[in-house]
Each structure stands twice: as structure tokens, then as C-alpha cells.
Design a binder for this molecule. Structure first.
Ligand code: GLP
Length: 240
């Protein structure tokens, strides 16, 4: 695993945006895997700036988001569908109808939705660059620590610690959905390149485990140690 040590969150966000922009430059019709959470927000802001300066275009870019709460409606401000449009897609020239893919948090048949999503990623040719955040407990997407991890896109129960961590975005902890749809460990590992962003003290423990080189289902990010093109972009606080 390559490690890019950054001073702070701003630098993590700059480095990550540059890597995404470089991917789009070498392959304008690339497939990006995208995360939510607070960590990638500034990376998205930087990419919007680059777009506004005419340095990159998302016209042909295809995106697949990692995960979505379940159940949740797309117009709920806490849905990842809403977040991605409000933070990023509404400000760039991406084809929102055709090229943006986000798991449907309102699907009646979740198994079918997960199967469809996995197939759509394959049909698009697989993910060229997967951008990841990391949960405080080491989750990636919504692949939570467990005795067994799922390979493919699936419905999952959120752990109490993730419900608590994510409750900061909701009015009340009771409003946090208890389940989510998420791409699986193999869906993520099939990506050609992966970058993982970590910033702040709260991530230090998970990052330490990731960098130990040991693999455990109790910290799903450690599965990234079997991939041959992963770059961790991390700031000083998350490295302590
Ligand atoms: C959420 C998302 C993850 C994200 C994680 C970290 O639970 N499902 O994909 O990486 O939170 O979020 P943050 O960057 O806000 O710490």
C-alpha cells in the first residue's frame, strides 16, 4: 500500500482531487466509485473548482456510489442520493440521468436491486478508480466489522457505533436508518485502483490496524491489503 502523508484535511482533499482529475484526464470516460461521509466533501469542492476552471469535464464519466441507507427516500436530505447531488453532481457537467448510479434506498426487492447494481458495474467495464473513506470502526462503504464479510452488493445492518457516529447528520439518533445497501468487499477489491482518505484523530485506530498489514474481518478496511494498487491519503492526526 502506498501512503501519502499529508499535513491536514485540506491537503488530503487536494491530493485526492488531483488523483481523481488525473484519472479523468487519462480516461475521460472512466468509471469512478464514489464515497459519502464528511471526509470527501472538500475533495468534491476541489473537483468542482477544477471543472469551473475548465481543467476537467465529467461529460463522459460514469459513477457508482458505494452505498445508501435503507430504507430512505431520495428526497430525504440525509440520503446519499441527496447528498451526492447537493454536494457534487448538481455543480458539474455529468450526465445525471444516464451516468450516475446510486443504490435505490426505496427498492421493494432489495436482493434484486443489489444484483442489478453489481451487474451494472460489470457492464460498465468495472471501476477504474474507487475512492473510499473509512469509518471509525474500519468500515468501508457500509461493510461493517463482523465475523463474516459479504463479497457482493448486499443489504446490511448498521452497527450501533456507526449509527451513533452518523447520527450527527440527523435530528435524532432514532431517525438513523438501521440498515443500508452497500457494495461488498469483492465489489470494492475488483476496482483497478483504490484511494482511501483518512483525516482526524477519530480514524487513527482504524488506520493503525489497516497499516499493520494484518487482515481481519473485524476491520473491513484491512481487506485492502490484498489489493496491489491502493493508496492511503492520510493526515497527521489520523496517523498518530
Ligand atoms: C459512512 C459511509 C462510509 C464513510 C464513513 C466515514 O458511514 N457509509 O462510506 O467512509 O461513513 O464517514 P466520515 O468521512 O464522515 O467520517
Amino acid at each position: 500500500m502506498r501512503i501519502i502523508k499529508c499535513k491536514d484535511y485540506n491537503e488530503v482533499s487536494e491530493v485526492a482531487a488531483k488523483i481523481v482529475a488525473a484519472q479523468i484526464t487519462v480516461k475521460p470516460n472512466c468509471v469512478l466509485g464514489l464515497p459519502t461521509g464528511s471526509t470527501p466533501v472538500k475533495m468534491y469542492k476541489n473537483l468542482i473548482k477544477m471543472y469551473n476552471r475548465g481543467e476537467i469535464s465529467f461529460k463522459e464519466v460514469i459513477t457508482f456510489n458505494l452505498d445508501e441507507y435503507y430504507p430512505i427516500s431520495r428526497d430525504n436530505e440525509q440520503s446519499y442520493f441527496y447528498f451526492m447531488h447537493d454536494t457534487f453532481f448538481n455543480y458539474i457537467d455529468i450526465n445525471r440521468e444516464k451516468n450516475v448510479n446510486i443504490l435505490n434506498g426505496e427498492a421493494d426487492n432489495v436482493q434484486e436491486e443489489c444484483r442489478r447494481y453489481e451487474e451494472a458495474i460489470s457492464k460498465a467495464g468495472g471501476i477504474d478508480l474507487q475512492v473510499l473513506g473509512i469509518g471509525q470502526n474500519g468500515h468501508i462503504g457500509f461493510n461493517e466489522p463482523a465475523d463474516y464479510l459479504e463479497s457482493n452488493t448486499h443489504v446490511t445492518a448498521l452497527t450501533q457505533s456507526t449509527i451513533k457516529a452518523n447520527s450527527r447528520f440527523f435530528n435524532d439518533i432514532e431517525d438513523v436508518p438501521k440498515q443500508a445497501l452497500t457494495t461488498g468487499i469483492w465489489t470494492i477489491l475488483k476496482s483497478k485502483k483504490i484511494i482511501i482518505l483518512a483525516s482526524g484523530k477519530a480514524k487513527a485506530k482504524a488506520v493503525k490496524e489497516l497499516l499493520s498489514g494484518k487482515i481481519t474481518t473485524q476491520n473491513p478496511s484491512t481487506m485492502l491489503n490484498v489489493h496491489n494498487d491502493v493508496t492511503l491519503i492520510v493526515d497527521e492526526e489520523a496517523l498518530e
